[in-house]
Design a protein around this ligand. Structure first.
Ligand code: NAP
Length: 355
């Protein structure tokens, strides 16, 4: 199969590096373009990544020269697919312009997530919503597919198999890693030995995005899921992995056995299609009394290409019509670059990347 050329926008950031690692030697896509801010353009990727762990990449990827983030540079590279890891303030208008130029955009930025014809996609949860790209293409040569907020990427996945029990309300308290705030996100002085019980706009995103993703597409319109969601978000001094304490209220009595069986038996289109970045088991149920933990479980997921793509749930307790559990999602993999790449793999397999 001839690989499709792809660009990474914002390649130097925490999400951009994960993209570079995951796209190195990818079976469907070949990197043809890396872009970042004017600070980084002109440097070789392998020499420019500042701070944190350098990504495990081949010499070929390390030798790519970073371009300035312009439509002209992206088009000149021959890329048809664009993976965006830019801040939303930079990405919003650029994505619209790239769509006008016929690009297929898979983005982490929040700018277009809630637009009616833009799929907010988690392939195991709402693959049917991908049909909305046909609606975009009635008006534009390209399209935009977004992935969700990083908390939602784990929460909506864990809730999906439970929707058969009639989810009425969800209360979620998060313990979010510092990498969720980006390369320059939180000052060490503020977070060391501390918990910050506020993340700007996060609670609104958790609520509205979860309802859209679990919503029903009828014709050209998504009707949001009717569940109530009560989020409280905090930042903790953990490098990677968002831990969440979740309480769910159902419409009828549900046992721990029912819930655990729904999670362990859950698989969806990415698993059936054997997509390269799909974890064999999307939801890993831990029976240990003290798991999941970010330090031990953030990289859950098999095979090797899908490390960090499985969500781990544990400490399940049911109380009549309610249950409580913890869940862990790798924020820069399942919650960002890995989720975005899985979206592109599914879109290709559904033959929506033509034309
Ligand atoms: N971190 C997470 O866990 C996470 C999860 C889900 C979604 N997201 C979303 O993913 C996106 C990237 O997040 P991140 O954490 O990787 O951010 P980051 O570490 O701050 O990286 C941002 C990247 O964008 C580039 N950039 C910044 N301003 C630019 C400009 N004016 N023009 C061109 N390039 C510019 C930076 O280039 P330089 O390196 O040259 O400065 C860098 O490569 C954001 O929209 C974020 O909200 C992040």
């Amino acid at each position: 199969m001839k690989k499709i050329k792809a660009a990474i926008l914002g390649c130097n950031g925490l999400v951009g590096r994960q993209f570079a690692r995951l796209l190195d030697d990818h079976p469907y896509f070949a990197l043809s373009c890396l872009t970042a801010s004017p600070r980084s353009s002109g440097k070789r990727f392998g020499e420019s990544v500042a701070g944190g762990r350098p990504p495990a990449i081949s010499k070929k990827t390390a030798s790519l020269v970073i371009r300035e983030t312009t439509v002209a540079a992206i088009i000149k590279s021959g890329a048809r697919i664009v993976f965006s890891a830019l801040p939303a303030a930079v990405s919003g208008d650029l994505e619209l312009e790239l769509r006008r130029k016929g690009m297929f955009i898979f983005t982490n930025a929040s700018s277009h997530r809630m637009e009616a014809t833009v799929p907010l996609l988690i392939p195991e949860v709402n693959a049917a919503h991908l049909e909305l790209v046909r609606e975009q293409r009635r008006h534009h040569p390209g399209f935009i597919v977004t992935n969700s907020n990083c908390v939602v990427a784990g929460l909506a996945l864990a809730l999906k198999p439970l929707t058969v029990f009639g989810v009425q309300a969800v209360t979620v308290t998060t313990f979010q890693a510092i990498s969720g705030a980006g390369q320059r996100g939180v000052a060490a002085w503020d977070i060391m030995g501390n918990v910050i019980p506020y993340i700007a706009h996060e609670e609104e995103k958790v609520s509205r995005e979860t309802k859209k993703i679990l919503g029903l597409l009828t014709g050209r319109r998504i009707t949001d899921h009717g569940m109530e969601i009560y989020p409280s978000c905090s930042r903790v001094a953990v490098p990677e992995g968002h831990l969440q304490s979740v309480n769910v209220e159902f419409s009828s009595l549900v046992s721990e056995g029912d819930i655990a069986a729904a999670w362990t038996g859950f698989s969806a289109e990415p698993q059936h299609l054997k997509l390269p970045t799909a974890p064999r088991q999307p939801i890993v149920v831990s029976g240990a009394a003290d798991r999941p933990q970010p330090a031990l479980d953030a990289d859950a997921g098999e095979p090797a290409r899908a490390r960090g793509m499985a969500v781990t749930v544990g400490r399940l307790r049911s109380h009549g019509r309610r249950c409580s559990f913890f869940l862990l999602v790798h924020n820069t993999v399942r919650g960002a670059a890995g989720g975005c790449l899985l979206n592109a793999e599914l879109t290709l397999k559904k033959k929506l990347l033509g034309g």
